[in-house]
Design a protein around this ligand. Structure first.
Ligand SMILES: Nc1ncnc2c1ncn2[C@@H]1O[C@H](COP(=O)(O)OP(=O)(O)O)[C@@H](O)[C@H]1O
Ligand SMILES: [Mg+2]
Length: 418
C-alpha cells in the first residue's frame, strides 16, 4: 500500500521530470518552437564541409535545441551514428577539451542500446584516439582523429558552453579545426554552442570560417510559446499522474509574461506553482497562485543572480532605496539591445515610491550598480547621456519577481506590462 507521503513524493517527482529549470529538455512533447533553428541545423548536418554555431543568451534554450538536433540526427540512422557532446569548463583549453573525447566515446558506446555501434567503434579504435592525443592535440591532430572516426560512423560533435573557455586562446584553434575539416571535407559535423551577443565574440576575427560555419541565433521565446510550455507541461503531468491539474489561461499567460522570453524562468515558475498545488491537493491553478509561487521561485533562482541582487540592494540604512531603484530599472523601458537611461527609470521609480523623482535623486544608485562588484548594470558612458543595461539579462525578470513578491511592485502591475 502506498502511503500519503509516497504518493505525494511520486507526484512531485513526476512534476520535476516535466518542469526542470536546471536541465535542458530532451522531451519532444514539451519542446516548443525552434523549428527554424532545427531546420537550419539539420541542413548543416547533412551538408559536407558545413558546421554550425548556436549562440544566444544564457537560459534561452541553446543546449535544449542541441539535444533535439542530436536526437533527430540519431533517429535518422541509429545503427551508424555517433553523437558526442563535450561541455567546456572554465579550466578547459583546446587541449583539455579534446582529451575528453576518448572517455566520451567509451561512454557513448557503453550506453548505446545498439550493439552495432560497438562493432564500428571498437576499443582498439578508441585506444588509437587516446594515443593520438598523448601529445598535446593540435587542430591538425584532432582533424585526423575525426577523419579516422568519421570513416567508421556518421559523426556529430557538439561542443557546449564554449563561452566558459578562454575564448581568445581556444577560439583561434577551434576556427583552425573547423577550417581544416571543412577543407578536407571530413564527414563530421561540428556544432559549437555558446553565449555571445554575436558570433564574432566567440570565433573572433577568424574570417576564414565564415563560409563553413553557419550561425544559428537563438532569440528569446515568444509569449505564445512560453504559455504553451506551461499549458502543455500541466497537460502532460495530468496524463502521466492520472491526477488532473488545470491552469487558468491568465495564470499561464502571467508566467509567460514574467519569463520575458526565457524558458528557464517559465520552468522555474511553473514548477513552483505546480508543487504548491500538489501540496495543497488542488486541481486547479489560479492567477493568485502565481504570486504565491514567486517567493518559492525566486529563492530557487540561480545562486549567482540571487547573490548579485542581494549585494546590489543591501543597505546599512533602512531609508536607502536601492532595491526600489533596481526594480525600477528592471521595469524601465529599454531599447532593442536592452539599454535604458536614467530618465527611463524616473517614472517607474516615482510610481513605486509614490513620490516624484528626478535623475539626481538616484544617479548614485546607478553608479553603485554599475561599479560595485559583482556589477549588475553595464554602463555605456561614451555618449552624453549614459546608458545602462543589465549585465546578466536574467536579472531583469528576477528583479521583477522580487518586486512582486515583496509588494514593492503592485500585483496589478503585471497586467499592465506587455
Ligand atoms: N524550446 C523549448 N521548449 C520548452 N522548454 C525549453 C525549450 N528550450 C529550453 N527550455 C527549457 O529552458 C531551460 C533552459 O534551457 P537550456 O537549454 O538549458 O538553455 P541554455 O543552454 O541556453 O542556457 C530548461 O529548463 C529547458 O528545459
Ligand atoms: Mg546550456
Amino acid at each position: 500500500m502506498t502511503t500519503d507521503v509516497q504518493a505525494f513524493a511520486a507526484k512531485i517527482a513526476m512534476l520535476a521530470e516535466i518542469f526542470k529549470p536546471a536541465a535542458p529538455t530532451d522531451d519532444q512533447r514539451l519542446f516548443r518552437g525552434r523549428r527554424d533553428q532545427l531546420a537550419r541545423l539539420l541542413t548543416v548536418a547533412g551538408a559536407p564541409g558545413q558546421h554550425a554555431i548556436i549562440f544566444g543568451e544564457r537560459g534561452v534554450g541553446k543546449t535544449s535545441v542541441s539535444y533535439m538536433l542530436r536526437d533527430t540526427y540519431l533517429t535518422m540512422a541509429p545503427d551508424t551514428t555517433v553523437c558526442i557532446r563535450l561541455a567546456c569548463t572554465a579550466e578547459d583549453d583546446f587541449v583539455s577539451l579534446w582529451r575528453k573525447l576518448p572517455g566520451r566515446l567509451t561512454r557513448e558506446i557503453g550506453l548505446a542500446a545498439n550493439p552495432h555501434l560497438s562493432e564500428l567503434l571498437t576499443t582498439e579504435v578508441i585506444d588509437r584516439v587516446e594515443d593520438a592525443f598523448l601529445d598535446e592535440p593540435t587542430p591538425d591532430a584532432v582533424a585526423q582523429v575525426l577523419g579516422m572516426l568519421a570513416d567508421k560512423a556518421r559523426l556529430m560533435i557538439i561542443i557546449d558552453e564554449l563561452d566558459r573557455m578562454d575564448v581568445l586562446a581556444a577560439g583561434a584553434k577551434l576556427a583552425d579545426l573547423v577550417k581544416q575539416i571543412s577543407d578536407d571535407i571530413v564527414p563530421c559535423t561540428l556544432i559549437l554552442v555558446g553565449v555571445a551577443d554575436n558570433v564574432s565574440d566567440l570565433i573572433a576575427g577568424h574570417a576564414s570560417v565564415d563560409r563553413c560555419l553557419m550561425p544559428v541565433s537563438m532569440p528569446r521565446m515568444t509569449h505564445a510559446e512560453l504559455t504553451e510550455v506551461v499549458e502543455e507541461g500541466f497537460a502532460a503531468y495530468s496524463e502521466r499522474s492520472g491526477v488532473p491539474i488545470t491552469i487558468t489561461e491568465n495564470s499561464a499567460a502571467s508566467i509567460a509574461t514574467l519569463s520575458e522570453g526565457f524558458p528557464y524562468y517559465t520552468h522555474l515558475l511553473a514548477s513552483a506553482v505546480g508543487r504548491t498545488a500538489i501540496a495543497d491537493s488542488r486541481e486547479s491553478i489560479e492567477f493568485t497562485d502565481v504570486f504565491d509561487a514567486l517567493m518559492v521561485a525566486k529563492d530557487e533562482a540561480e545562486p549567482s543572480i540571487r547573490e548579485a541582487y542581494y549585494n546590489a540592494t543591501i543597505a546599512a540604512r533602512s531609508d536607502a532605496t536601492f532595491e526600489e531603484t533596481l526594480i525600477a530599472c528592471a521595469v524601465a523601458e529599454s531599447d532593442r539591445m536592452g539599454f535604458f537611461t536614467a530618465s527611463d527609470v524616473c517614472d517607474p521609480l516615482a510610481f513605486i515610491l509614490g513620490i516624484p523623482r528626478k535623475n539626481s535623486d538616484f544617479n548614485a544608485h546607478l553608479k553603485r550598480f554599475s561599479t560595485n562588484t559583482p556589477i549588475v548594470l553595464l554602463a555605456k558612458t561614451s555618449t552624453k547621456t549614459p546608458r545602462y543595461r543589465f549585465v546578466n539579462p536574467l536579472m531583469r525578470p528576477y528583479a521583477m519577481m522580487c518586486g512582486l513578491s515583496s509588494g514593492i511592485l503592485k500585483r496589478d502591475f503585471l497586467a499592465e506590462i506587455r
